[in-house]
Structure formats: structure tokens, C-alpha cells
Design a binder for this molecule. Structure first.
Ligand code: BGC
Length: 729
């Protein structure tokens, strides 16, 4: 910002200085407080803060006697130092609600839609509300650390955890992750950001070496972490299970000491994922806290930050200075977020929280295709068949450490199982209310019948005598597992195909945690991607189908036509037994998702950013400015008959002569019929630049930069260009 200097300006800084001194005299900074407290601690107190213990669950079956009675069972407990006013840390998962994997009898919480739903809303305000919800529900249960902020990029459409994350794009993911974290921390609860970094496949994740070009890593997954950390200052960074270029992510001096702490200046603490600490010397590489220590003993050999780290300290292998640094980092976040200042637990308005879950589903369900069949009129007396997907019971949610037990409990749980440590949690969880019941409610005059969709021959019997068919496709995406293919399981493609061949008004409703292939795409009239839409998902689906709500979600992840179009048609390690060392080469580098499709010129099934509405939008008046970075100004107009929301997207398409596809910005714009709005988006220059490892910075080459204002990554509407100055920053 420019400041005009005149003869009186000297007075202002002097005054501010006096003010700043008197303020800081009253309230020392979190750094100062951390320094002061740490100095007063004994070594035993210090070491106690470096380990979290896991509560009782399927893996740790007996309550650890080191966890005092009365502490609510959760993912992690770290002893505090009461004599110095340092609270114990009580940690809960996760990004989609306060989880309860059997820890606490009957404790239910708001089950938010999958991260991809929030991603599809392209709505940072909603992310903030969802975060604040997590903060309030955590705090009301005495959890002061929320293991949220999953910002890994959806690099591989088979990844079993994509549903927990936001998108395949670093900017979009960073903006939404940051707002979630800001929401959580605004309620006085520390949030993590996780899983640092490149923890993007689940196959043999503890033994997976993720290989990537270091510059490309900076321009993709690390950039998402970097921007999100800058925008939200999460109290802790959780490092992942995998290795990156041969070093364990939690024992990588390069990623932790150098990139995160030195280059980015991160001041909080690094905690490991549960079962990701394999040696005490990870402390020398930048890991500050071992999480779920019992799991390390089970999986590897020891509770490394309990005995072995103390021994190393006694033998002079761990310097006192580093021990103090580890503790100070934890204390600093405690003070910065204020978890030592808690008053009485806030009252939680669960009805309001349900509304946030509902709004998220409403804004994140994506209408992929619509040939005039949707919406169904509210007063229709049509015969409607609802087929498959347990639509009579509820909507699925993803499985793993993020699964939330909703108010009233699950509608049903079907055990799926598998091999490996996560098999016990791999279930089909169904959350009510059911889409079937909600459709019946909103279409009171229609004759709605249900068929389970188990057998194509049976399903067509109902489809034939119906005017409209809504046929579902579901799958179970789960932590600990990657899908072997993108096809819907359990013969659902055959059911959809059979139904579509006898009924010309077939609508497909997909409730999946990842893209799926659609061999029946051209035989159906409409396709709605509802993901895992959370505890109010059944309602949101029915509202969109009946037009009560205008769809506005846009794909945050590319839907490939098949795996052959993706960077890794074969996934290394898939099919090997749990524990097999695996190397996955992320040779696409920074060209993740839509960027890869732009590079290879392959046509996806549905592109990143795609999403239809029941109204139409036009773009006009695009102007681009250059200089230090690119800025785009344009007008969006709702040219249809009803209110709706659009997500115009600005992409870089060419950089100083090189073809390069990068999302530079987006904005969710809500407009009444006929209304227009002018939007200006200014790109973070790192999205335009290339990372120069040798120079240790971002480099923009001088030249002309082309930009497209688009409806999706493959649908440019207006284009423009501007010149940028050369720079290294
Ligand atoms: C997951 C983390 C989670 C932790 C604690 C791990 O399996 O990868 O995301 O926070 O468990 O439950």
C-alpha cells in the first residue's frame, strides 16, 4: 500500500510505537509467553508434551492408564502442565464433523457433507461456517485440537480419501482449507492442516514412496499447503504416512526443517499422523510431536518419542535447544489460538448446524447433464421409479477416521471389510433422511415406487411402467483403500443401462466419493453428482430434483472418460499385500487434474469446473491487466428466468509462449433473474510463476500471458491477454 508522506507523518509512527509498547507490555506475544513458560518446565514436563496417546477404539482396545479418568476418549490426548496453566491437548477428528468411532457412547455430531461437496460449492464463506461449526462442536465436548484441514490434492481419481479433500487444484483447495481452519480457530480450537505432503494414494500408504520433481511439488501440493498456511495460521501441521522422494514425510528434514519451518517461517508444531513416527530421530528432521504413540509400537517397534527420544537426549544426541523448540512451538499455538483461555463450553445450536450441512449439500451437488427432464414439477402426478443405492434408507458417507455418527445414529451400516489395519472401518454408512422419503415429501401427488436395483431384470419391470426413473449409483470410498477402477461396483452400470434402455426419462443420481465412469452417459437424460452429501443430503437431493433449489455446484475434480486418460493408468502397488514397499511416480508433476488434460489434449468425461443450473449466465466486458501479476475484470449476468448462482473461473492458458493451464481465480456469484455483477479477480503470482529450485524462489518470465474466462476448464467463453514483467520472488 502506498503511503503519502507529509510533514506531520512522523508523529503517527511515534504515537503507534508508544501504543504498541504499552499494549505489548500488557499482553506478551504468544512467542514470548511460550518462551517464558517453557523455561519454567522440567524435562519430564517437556517430554510429556511431545507425545499423544490414542483413545480406545477398534485398534487400541484398552483404555491407556496414562490417560486420566474423565478425559473424553478421542484420537489423541497430550498431558498438560497444570502448575503452569498449560492445558492438556484433547484431539478429535476430523474435517467433516466431530467423529466418534466408538469412543464415547451415544455422542453424535453434525455430519457434514464430504470435503468435495464444499469444494464443489466454490464458496469460501460456507467453508468458514463449516469450520466454525466444527470449532463449536469440538469445544462443547472439551476437544481443543481438531484434526481437520485436509488439503491434499485429488491427484488420482482412485484415491480412497479424495472425498475428505477439496479439489485437484492448489488455489481452490488452499482457499477453502484456509477458511475451514479460520472457522475452527475463530472458536478458540486449534486446527491442523493435513497430511503434509503428497499423501494422495491410500495403497500401502505407510510404505508408499511418492516420487515427484521438487519444483513441481512446490507448484502443486506444497503450494496448496503454503497458501492455506499463510491464510489461516493453523496451530499444527500433520505430516503424512508416505515417504516423499525417499524420506518419510514425518522424517523429512527437507520438507519439515527447510521448506515448512525455514522457508515458510511456520511457527506452529508438526504432529505426525497416527502410526507415522518410525524413529526418534524424526525430531531432528522437524517432527515436534508423535501422535497415537501406541500405534507406532503396534505397527513399528516403539513409542519413539517416549523412551528412545529421552535416551537420545540423555546421550546428547538431541540438543536441549531443539527440545525447547519442540515444546515452544506447541505452547505458541496454545497461546495464539487461546485454548488456555476457555470459559464455559458454548451452547451449540444443532438446528443451525443442520442448516449449514444442508446449505453445503445444496451448493455442492453438481448437475452434470440435463436434457430437459429436470426439475420435476412439484405438482407432478407422474409415476416415478427410484431404483437402487439404498435410496430407501439414506445417503452414503465416506469411511475411515473422518466418518461422523449423525444425530439419531446411522440409518444403517453395512460392513464391507477388506485387508489391512483399516478394514474394520470400511463400511457403507447410510445417513438419513432417505432421498426416497424426501422425494415423496416434495412430490406429494406423484406415484413413487422403489426397487432395490440388485438385478437389472427386476429393475426394468418397474422402469417400464414408470414415466420417470431416478436410478442411483453409489460406492464406498474409504481411508486405507484405493479403488481398483472407476467403474461403479456391484453391477450398477448394468442396472442403469438396462433401465435407460426401457425408459427414455432416466435420471442418474450418483452418490460417490470420486469420479466414476459412465458407460450409459448418452442413454440417460440427466446426471446429478451428489457425492457424499451429509446428514441433510437426502433433503438437498430432493430439493434439487424438484427445483426447490437451483443447482449451483461445479466439479472440483476432473471426471476422466477412463483411467487411460490419467497420468497413471496402472497404480503401482495396487493388489500387493498390506506392507509391501511401493513406489508411485507422480510424473505429471504440477500438471494435476485439468492441467494434465490440457497438456495431453484429452477430452474428459466432465471437466473440472463444470456444473449446470436451471438458469443461464452470460459473461461480458472482460478486461485483463498485467504488470506484476494478472487481474481480470468481467461482468456476469443471469440471463435466465430464475435466481441462481454461477462460478465463473479465470484460467491462465498461455505463459510467455508456453501452453500452461492454471486456475487463477474463481468467484461464486448469486444473481436474481436479469441481474448483473462486475467481478475482479487478481491472481496470486505464484500461480503464474514457475518455481526455480536453484534460485529458491518463484520466477515469472517476461512476455505475454493469455487468460480465459470460462465455465469450466474446457469451456472458455472470453479470452484476453496482458504482458508481465520478469521477476524472481
Ligand atoms: C488419519 C488422520 C487422522 C488420524 C487420527 C489417521 O488414520 O490419516 O487423518 O487425523 O488417523 O484419527
Amino acid at each position: 500500500m502506498k503511503v503519502t508522506v507529509n510533514k506531520h507523518t512522523w508523529m503517527i509512527p511515534l504515537f503507534s510505537l508508544v501504543l504498541a509498547c504499552s499494549v505489548s507490555a500488557q499482553t506478551p506475544s504468544p512467542d514470548q509467553r511460550a518462551f517464558d513458560t517453557e523455561q519454567k518446565m522440567t524435562d519430564d514436563e517437556r517430554f510429556a508434551m511431545l507425545v499423544s496417546l490414542m483413545g480406545v477404539n477398534g485398534v487400541v482396545q484398552v483404555r491407556d492408564p496414562r490417560i486420566p479418568a474423565g478425559v473424553p476418549m478421542s484420537a489423541g490426548y497430550v498431558a498438560g502442565v497444570p502448575r503452569l496453566g498449560v492445558p492438556a491437548l484433547v484431539m478429535s477428528d476430523g474435517s467433516l464433523g466431530i467423529t466418534n468411532p466408538g469412543y464415547r457412547k451415544d455422542d453424535t455430531a453434525t455430519a457434514l457433507p464430504a470435503g468435495l461437496v464444499l469444494g464443489a460449492s466454490f464458496n469460501p464463506k460456507l467453508a468458514r461456517e463449516a469450520g466454525a461449526l466444527l470449532g463449536r462442536e469440538a469445544r462443547s465436548r472439551q476437544f481443543n485440537v481438531q484434526l481437520a484441514g485436509g488439503v491434499n490434492l485429488a491427484r488420482d481419481p482412485r484415491n480412497g480419501r479424495n472425498f475428505e479433500y477439496f479439489s485437484e487444484d492448489p488455489w481452490q483447495s488452499a482457499v477453502l482449507a484456509a477458511e475451514t481452519i479460520n472457522g475452527i480457530q475463530s472458536e478458540g480450537v486449534i486446527s491442523t492442516i493435513k497430511h503434509y505432503s503428497l499423501n494422495v494414494n491410500e495403497t500401502n500408504r505407510h510404505w508408499l514412496n511418492a516420487v515427484i520433481d521438487p519444483a513441481a511439488h512446490r507448484e502443486s501440493d506444497l503450494l496448496a499447503f503454503q497458501i492455506a498456511i499463510e491464510r489461516s495460521q493453523p496451530g499444527s501441521v500433520m505430516c503424512g504416512y508416505n515417504q516423499v522422494n525417499g524420506a518419510a514425510a514425518c522424517g523429512s528434514a527437507d520438507l519439515l526443517n527447510d521448506v515448512l519451518k525455514r522457508q515458510w517461517g511456520y511457527k506452529g508444531w508438526v504432529m505426525s499422523d497416527w502410526g507415522a513416527t518410525q524413529h526418534w530421530d524424526f525430531a531432528l528432521k522437524g517432527l515436534d510431536q508423535e501422535s497415537g504413540a501406541q500405534l507406532d509400537k503396534l505397527m513399528w517397534k516403539d513409542e519413539y518419542f517416549v523412551g528412545p527420544l529421552k535416551q537420545a537426549y540423555d546421550q546428547g544426541k538431541l540438543a536441549k535447544q531443539r527440545l525447547s523448540d519442540m515444546v515452544r512451538r506447541i505452547l505458541r499455538s496454545i497461546y495464539a489460538v487461546g485454548i488456555d483461555q476457555w470459559g464455559p463450553a458454548p451452547k451449540v445450536d444443532m438446528a443451525r448446524h443442520r442448516q449449514i450441512a444442508l446449505d453445503t449439500a445444496r451448493q455442492g451437488i453438481v448437475l452434470l447433464k440435463n436434457e430437459g427432464v429436470l426439475p420435476l414439477a412439484a405438482d407432478t402426478n407422474a409415476r416415478i421409479a427410484v431404483i437402487g443405492g439404498y435410496a430407501q434408507l439414506g445417503v452414503p458417507s465416506g469411511a475411515g477416521s473422518s466418518t461422523v455418527l449423525p444425530p439419531g445414529g446411522y440409518a444403517s451400516v453395512v460392513s464391507v471389510g477388506g485387508s489391512g489395519i483399516m478394514a474394520g472401518g470400511r463400511n457403507l454408512y447410510l445417513l438419513g433422511p432417505s432421498p426416497l422419503a424426501q422425494l415423496k415429501k416434495l412430490l406429494p401427488k406423484a406415484q413413487i415406487e422403489f426397487d432395490p436395483g440388485l438385478d437389472p431384470a427386476e429393475a426394468v419391470l418397474l422402469a417400464r411402467r414408470s414415466d420417470v426413473v431416478i436410478v442411483l449409483g453409489i460406492h464406498v470410498a474409504s481411508e486405507g483403500f484405493d479403488s481398483p477402477s472407476l467403474a461403479l461396483p456391484w453391477g450398477q452400470d448394468a442396472v442403469i443401462q438396462a433401465v435407460a434402455s426401457v425408459n427414455p426419462n432416466t435420471i442418474v443420481l450418483l452418490e460417490t466419493g470420486n469420479p466414476v465412469t459412465m458407460p450409459w452417459k448418452d442413454s440417460v437424460k440427466a446426471i446429478l453428482q451428489a457425492w457424499y452429501p451429509g446428514q441433510a443430503g437426502g433433503q438437498a437431493i430432493a430439493e434439487i430434483i424438484t427445483g426447490k433449489v437451483n443447482p449451483s455446484g461445479h466439479l472440483p475434480i476432473t471426471f476422466p472418460a477412463d483411467l487411460a486418460q490419467t497420468p497413471r493408468p496402472e497404480l503401482a502397488g495396487l493388489g500387493t499385500s498390506w506392507g509391501t514397499p511401493t513406489t508411485v511416480r507422480y510424473n505429471e508433476g504440477a500438471e494435476v487434474g485439468y492441467r494434465w488434460f490440457a497438456k495431453t489434449l484429452a477430452q474428459p468425461l466432465y471437466a473440472f469446473g463444470h456444473g449446470l443450473s436451471y438458469t443461464t449466465f452470460a459473461y461480458s466486458n472482460l478486461s485483463i491487466t498485467g504488470g506484476e501479476t494478472l487481474s481480470a475484470t468481467f461482468t456476469v449476468t443471469n440471463t435466465g428466468q430464475r435466481e441462481g448462482a454461477d462460478v465463473p473461473q479465470v484460467y491462465l492458458t498461455q505463459a510467455a509462449g508456453d501452453r500452461r493451464m492454471r486456475l487463477l481465480g474463481f468467484e461464486r456469484v448469486e444473481l436474481k433473474a436479469g441481474e448483473s455483477r462486475s467481478v475482479t479477480l487478481t491472481a496470486d503470482p505464484r500461480l503464474i510463476a514457475r518455481f526455480d529450485v536453484g534460485a529458491g524462489g518463484w520466477r515469472i518470465a517476461e512476455g505475454n500471458y493469455k487468460v480465459a474466462l470460462a465455465r469450466s476448464a474446457v469451456a472458455p467463453v472470453l479470452t484476453g491477454s496482458a504482458a508481465l514483467k520478469p521477476r524472481l520472488f
